[in-house]
Design a binder for this molecule. Structure first.
Ligand SMILES: O=c1ccn([C@@H]2O[C@H](COP(=O)(O)O)[C@@H](O)[C@H]2O)c(=O)[nH]1
Length: 296
């Protein structure tokens, strides 16, 4: 919190990436991983898995991303486990992106906004993923609330799954792709924060590390967005630093590469988990133009 209000998300995220490096570790308690970790395949297992992961990664990475689906599948007890995970991240000083991929008409979006970026909501991390396929404008209430509480929003633009092309590669009658329209809307949403000197705006995009030349082919100007680029697809989905460099050429400092299964499968031993994250982080070291503070 500053005299002018809460510290903006883009500033806090930049500080975390400068300190630890760009890696975001996904907290995805797949049932197969619960079994591998010797944990029950229920909400108590999801809770234990997530809290152990937060503990192992504290001081190792700056950003984590719990996947809401793996909590919600166990109903209210699973949602309670997600709330505890968010609280543990807050206590540990980890930037927490809740991967919930919400989206609805504007009036309903206000409800999601209260849940995921509302001031006193237990489900609100530091940022949330949202879907713009009801129109980018439908996200306005949530973006406004996120800004007012110092939180961020990651808008799906080019997802890492091949099926996403059906919607995201479509073009309007002027030839502009849906993905390029989402990027342009995010850039407009970030303009005031960037003009005020923030290093990154609060409105980021989700662009898979697996999408190859699609951003260029679809006319997206990622460097002009001015917000962070959450890049899932690192590790288990096949992307590495070479793919990330190619997808995000010109916007490398804004990239938040995300990996879940590749790192989580090193658990349950805390040191093994931390080492796996350190190895992936080290491989990304040059992305932001040199060593992070933690390695100096
Ligand atoms: O385009 C997208 C958007 C989100 N995800 C999510 O990221 C993780 C990826 O997990 P891995 O084990 O590293 O493959 C998962 O939670 C997805 O829902 C994505 O993969 N692609």
């Amino acid at each position: 919190m500053t005299a002018a209000g809460p510290e903006p998300f883009g500033r806090r995220l930049t500080a975390a990436m400068d300190r630890y490096g760009p890696l975001c570790v996904g907290i995805d308690p797949h049932t197969s991983l619960l079994a591998r970790w010797g944990l029950p395949e229920d909400a108590s297992g999801v809770r234990e898995f997530s809290l152990r992961t937060v503990e192992a990664l504290t001081g190792v990475v700056g950003v984590v991303k719990p996947q809401a689906a793996f909590f919600e599948q166990f109903g209210s007890a699973g949602v309670a486990a997600l709330e505890e995970t968010v609280a543990a991240c807050r206590a540990a000083g980890l930037v927490c992106v809740v991967d919930a991929k919400r989206g609805d008409i504007g009036s309903t979006m206000a409800g999601y906004a209260q849940a995921f970026v509302g001031k006193d909501s237990a489900l609100a991390g530091d940022a949330v993923t949202v879907t713009p396929y009801l129109g980018f404008g439908s996200l306005d209430p949530l973006i406004a609330d996120a800004r007012s509480t110092g939180r961020g929003v990651f808008v799906l633009a080019l997802t890492s799954n091949p099926e996403g092309a059906q919607v995201q590669h479509a073009r309007d009658r002027d030839g502009m792709s849906v993905a390029a329209q989402i990027a342009a809307s995010a850039a407009a949403a970030n303009a005031d924060e960037l003009a005020a000197g923030e290093p990154l705006g609060s409105v980021g995009l989700v662009v898979g590390a697996t999408v190859g030349s699609a951003p260029r082919d679809l006319g997206m100007d990622l460097a002009a967005v001015g917000g962070p680029m959450l890049a899932p697809g690192l590790g288990a989905q096949g992307a590495g630093i070479t793919e990330i460099r190619s997808v995000f050429a010109g916007a490398e400092r804004a990239v938040l590469p995300s990996s879940s299964r590749e790192i989580l499968s090193a658990g349950p031993d805390r040191e093994n988990l931390a080492d796996a994250a350190r190895r992936v982080q080290a491989g990304l070291q040059d992305l932001r133009g040199g060593r992070c503070d933690q390695q100096l």
